[in-house]
Design a protein around this ligand. Structure first.
Ligand code: FCB
Length: 407
């Protein structure tokens, strides 16, 4: 049996656009219609209406923390026009968590933007931080009494990569230069938001909040041991995993590092070219590892090694996403067990971890992949919106309730 710290946070995550439904003022909503996306988000899981029922289930499953995100496009559907009704909605959501003894972890930006903001150039606009801060201020003032953990931005590098390099997400750009400016703007916005949130708490004489980002980390590994691959692994590790965190640390704008971990990336570079060094991966599918339903390698060792690599920052680490999409629920439980073992090993090596948040509480809209990937601890029937607790969720509940995992 392995035992986790008694103060540990256990729970699951969601994000607004992926679960709420009908976020009609968001750039994703408009984009789905404009490009004729085959599986639009639509009502998603109707979590906007059903959040209390979902939180009842989380409570039943022993969760004492929950990560959610605020939908900017609901709060500020037109530039400068904030809707009190929507702010109140999110306050009700946070209070509903508190009433169930669940600590809210609030994400302010999780991939989607207000359409008006996107039309002004989105995160490429050098004034993007001003728009973001105005929204952050409103939300913080409204929710600060009931919130302690804040995540400003979810996976900045993943966002820049999909939306500005791969061209798979709105605004579908394919430019390293643009992506790099977007990343700079996101980092700058975080730093400013970090100060602003702290100021709001200070003014209200509330005790200091804990503010971080959610950083996706990947275990990069060379497929064949060639110089090209080794160089690429080093570059990607520096750029993708660490450069963003380094920037924020330099400005003393992080209280904890939120870590999202899913998989490893097997690097196989075809030629000495900038694009290849950064983008090529092995396509031969010859690894022996089990995979999730999107073909991502299951690689728990990566969690361990990345946690140890983060130790140098001397900041608490919060696992804010880790999970698997699969129709095989036995594999889901196996995935969770293996990752918890890795996590425990890292804690034994002195890494300070605050908690483990599984992605996701419920099945949901997996961006460009639509609804087929099933990440949820709880199954969602998209015809009836019924929820059904999976067996893996019940097993995970035992860990949440006891802080221990039987091996
Ligand atoms: C992460 C995202 C989250 C979800 C999972 C599977 O990159 O933060 O919204 O899509 O992947």
């Amino acid at each position: 049996m392995i035992k986790f710290p008694s103060s540990f946070f256990w729970g699951a995550a969601t994000s607004s656009y992926q679960v709420e439904g009908a976020n009609v003022h968001s750039d994703w909503w408009e984009w789905e219609r404009r490009v004729g996306f085959k599986v639009p988000c639509g009502n998603a899981c109707r979590h906007y209406d059903l959040y209390k029922e979902d939180f009842d289930l989380a409570k039943q499953l022993g969760h004492n923390a929950h990560r959610l995100s605020i939908e900017w496009s609901r709060i500020e559907p037109e530039e400068g026009r904030f809707l009190p009704k929507e702010l109140e909605h999110y306050r009700d959501v946070i209070i509903a968590l508190r009433e169930r003894g669940i600590e809210p972890i609030i994400t302010l930006h999780h991939f989607t933007n207000s359409l008006w903001f996107a039309k002004l150039g989105g995160w490429y606009n050098k004034n993007s931080y001003k728009y973001f801060l105005r929204y952050v201020k409103k939300v913080t003032e409204f929710l600060c009494e009931n919130a302690r953990f804040w995540v400003t931005i979810n996976e900045p590098m993943v966002y820049a990569y999909h939306a500005y390099i791969l061209g798979a997400w709105p605004p579908q750009e394919k430019s390293f230069l643009r992506a790099s400016r977007v990343v700079d703007n996101l980092a700058f916005s975080h730093i400013k938001a970090y100060r602003l949130i702290n100021d709001v708490y200070k003014e209200r004489k509330l005790s200091r909040p804990s503010i971080g980002i959610a950083k996706n980390m990947q275990a990069f590994e060379p497929c064949k041991d060639t110089l090209k691959n080794r160089v690429a692994v080093h570059l990607r590790d520096r750029l993708f995993n660490f450069s963003f965190i380094d920037k924020l640390i330099k400005h003393q704008a992080l209280d904890f590092i939120g870590m999202n971990y899913y998989t490893r990336s097997l690097v196989e570079v075809k030629k000495w070219h900038f694009r290849n060094l950064f983008l090529d991966v092995c396509e031969e599918n010859h690894s022996q590892l089990k995979k999730n339903s999107l073909g991502w390698d299951i690689y728990p060792q990566g969690l361990y090694s990345l946690l140890l690599a983060l130790k140098k920052y001397n900041l608490p680490i919060f696992i804010l996403e880790n999970g698997i999409c699969t129709q095989d629920d036995t594999l889901r439980w196996d995935f969770i067990c293996q990752h918890l073992k890795s996590l425990h090993l890292a804690i034994k090596e002195g890494v300070n971890v605050l908690g483990y948040i599984y992605w996701s509480l419920i099945d949901n809209f997996e961006w460009a992949q639509g609804f087929s990937p099933r990440f949820g601890l709880i199954e969602v029937d998209y015809n009836t919106y019924n929820r059904k607790i999976r067996e893996s969720a019940r097993k995970f509940a035992r860990v949440c309730k006891t802080g221990a995992l039987d091996m």
